[in-house]
Design a protein around this ligand. Structure first.
Ligand code: ATP
Ligand code: MG
Length: 353
C-alpha cells in the first residue's frame, strides 16, 4: 500500500468549500487504484486563525509541515479583515520560499464544454514552467534622489543555478509531453538579464537534442497565447513573465475557477505545495456555488507528482466529461452546486475505471 501523508490547509473563503470536494475525489481515485491511500491532516491556518492568534500559522508551523509528503492548499486571503500582504507573506509566500519551491507550473488547455474567449480555442494544450524564487521579484534596489527627481531602482536577480534549474525542468517535462520548449525572453530590450537567459537556454538545449525549441520575446509570446496557443507545448519563463502568462492561460480557458497550479520543491528536502490559481473569492463564499474544478485539477497535479499520471489523466478526462455534460457551476454558465460537480466527477471516474 502506497501511503501518502498530506497536510491540508483549506484556508479562507471558498478554499473551505472546494478542498473537501477535492479530497473526496482523491479518495475515489485511491479506491479505484486499490494500492494507494491518502492520509490527511487538516490545519485551520487562515485569516480566521490570524484574528484569534495574531499570526497566520503557529511559530513551529513550517516544522510541522516539513514532515508531510505534500501540502494541499485551498486559498488564502480575506482582505476585509486581514491585509493581503500580511496573510500572503504570513503563510503562502513563507511556505514557497522556506520550502524552496523554486518552480511553479501551471497548465492551460482547451476544455470541452467551456466557453473560451478565443476566436480559435481548438485543442490548445500547454504548460508554463515559471521560475518561482528569483528574477524580477527581488528585494534588491531602493530609492534615491537625483536633483529634484526621486528614483526607484529595482534589480532583477538571475542566478545561473536558478535559471538553469527552471530550464532543465521544462526540458524534462517536454520529454514526457510533445517534445517542444519555448523560451520567454526579452533580450532585445532588457540589457543584462535576458541575454543571459538566452545564453543559458542555448546551453541547456544543447543537452536535449531530441527536443524542438523556440524563443520568443514576451510581448509577441503573450499575443500568440491569444491568437494561436496551439503552437505551444512547454513554455519556460522568468518569475514576472511567467506570472503574467499564466493569468492569460487561465483566461483563455474560460474561467479562473478551473486553473490549477503546483509549487515544486526540486531538491527533495521539503514538500511541494499544490494550490489552485484562484483566490478565496469572498464575494461568493458561503453560497455553495464555487467551482471546484481548479482544486480538483490541482489534485490531479499532485497525483502526477506522485507518479500516478495514468490515473491523473483519467481524472482530468472525467472533469472534462462532466463539464461537457453541462454539470457546471454558475461562473461557467451552469446551475450546479460545488458538491454536485464534485459528486458528478466521482461518479464519472467510477464509471470509466
Ligand atoms: P485573491 O487576492 O485571494 O487572489 P481575488 O479577489 O484577487 O482574490 P479571486 O478570489 O480568485 O481573486 O476572485 C476573482 C473573481 O473570480 C471573483 O469574482 C470570484 O468570485 C471569481 N472566482 C474565483 N474563483 C472562483 C471559483 N472557484 N468559482 C467561481 N468563481 C470564482
Ligand atoms: Mg488575486
Amino acid at each position: 500500500m502506497k501511503k501518502l501523508e498530506i497536510a491540508v490547509i483549506p484556508g479562507d473563503g471558498i478554499g473551505k468549500e472546494v478542498v473537501p470536494v477535492a479530497t473526496k475525489v482523491l479518495d475515489t481515485v485511491a479506491e479505484i487504484h486499490g494500492g494507494l491511500k491518502f492520509e490527511y491532516t487538516e490545519f485551520p491556518w487562515s485569516c480566521d486563525y490570524y484574528l484569534e492568534h495574531g499570526k497566520m500559522m503557529p511559530e513551529d508551523g513550517l516544522d510541522i509541515l516539513k514532515n508531510f509528503n505534500a501540502i494541499f492548499l485551498g486559498a488564502i486571503g480575506n482582505p476585509q479583515v486581514v491585509a493581503d500582504h500580511v496573510s500572503l507573506w504570513g503563510l503562502l509566500i513563507k511556505i514557497r520560499r522556506e520550502f524552496e519551491q523554486s518552480i511553479n507550473i501551471r497548465p492551460a488547455k482547451f476544455f470541452k464544454g467551456l466557453k473560451s474567449p478565443l476566436v480559435n480555442p481548438n485543442d490548445f494544450d500547454l504548460i508554463v514552467v515559471r521560475e518561482n524564487s528569483e528574477g524580477e521579484y527581488s528585494e534588491v534596489g531602493g530609492r534615491i534622489h537625483r536633483g529634484e527627481d526621486e528614483v526607484a531602482i529595482q534589480n532583477a536577480i538571475f542566478t545561473k543555478k536558478g535559471t538553469e534549474r527552471a530550464m532543465r525542468y521544462a526540458f524534462e517535462l517536454a520529454k514526457q509531453r510533445r517534445g517542444h520548449v519555448t523560451s520567454a525572453t526579452k533580450s532585445n530590450g532588457i540589457f543584462h538579464s535576458m541575454p543571459f537567459w538566452d545564453e543559458v537556454f542555448n546551453e541547456v538545449k544543447a543537452d536535449y537534442t531530441d527536443i524542438q525549441t523556440a524563443s520568443y520575446h514576451i510581448d509577441a509570446l503573450a499575443a500568440f497565447f491569444v491568437t494561436r496557443p496551439q503552437i505551444f507545448d512547454v513554455i519556460v519563463a522568468s518569475n514576472l513573465f511567467g506570472d503574467i502568462l499564466t493569468d492569460i492561460g487561465g483566461a483563455i480557458m474560460g474561467s479562473i475557477g478551473i486553473a490549477p497550479a503546483a509549487n515544486i520543491n526540486l531538491n527533495g528536502k521539503y514538500p511541494s505545495m499544490f494550490e489552485p490559481v484562484h483566490g478565496s473569492a469572498p464575494d461568493i463564499y458561503g453560497k455553495g456555488i464555487a467551482n471546484p474544478i481548479g482544486q480538483v485539477w490541482t489534485a490531479k497535479m499532485m497525483l502526477d507528482h506522485f507518479g500516478e499520471q495514468e490515473l491523473g489523466q483519467k481524472l482530468l478526462d472525467a472533469i472534462e466529461d462532466v463539464t461537457n455534460d453541462g454539470i457546471k457551476t454558475p461562473d461557467i454558465g451552469g446551475t450546479s452546486s460545488t458538491n454536485e460537480v464534485g459528486e458528478a466527477i466521482c461518479s464519472r471516474l467510477k464509471e470509466v475505471c
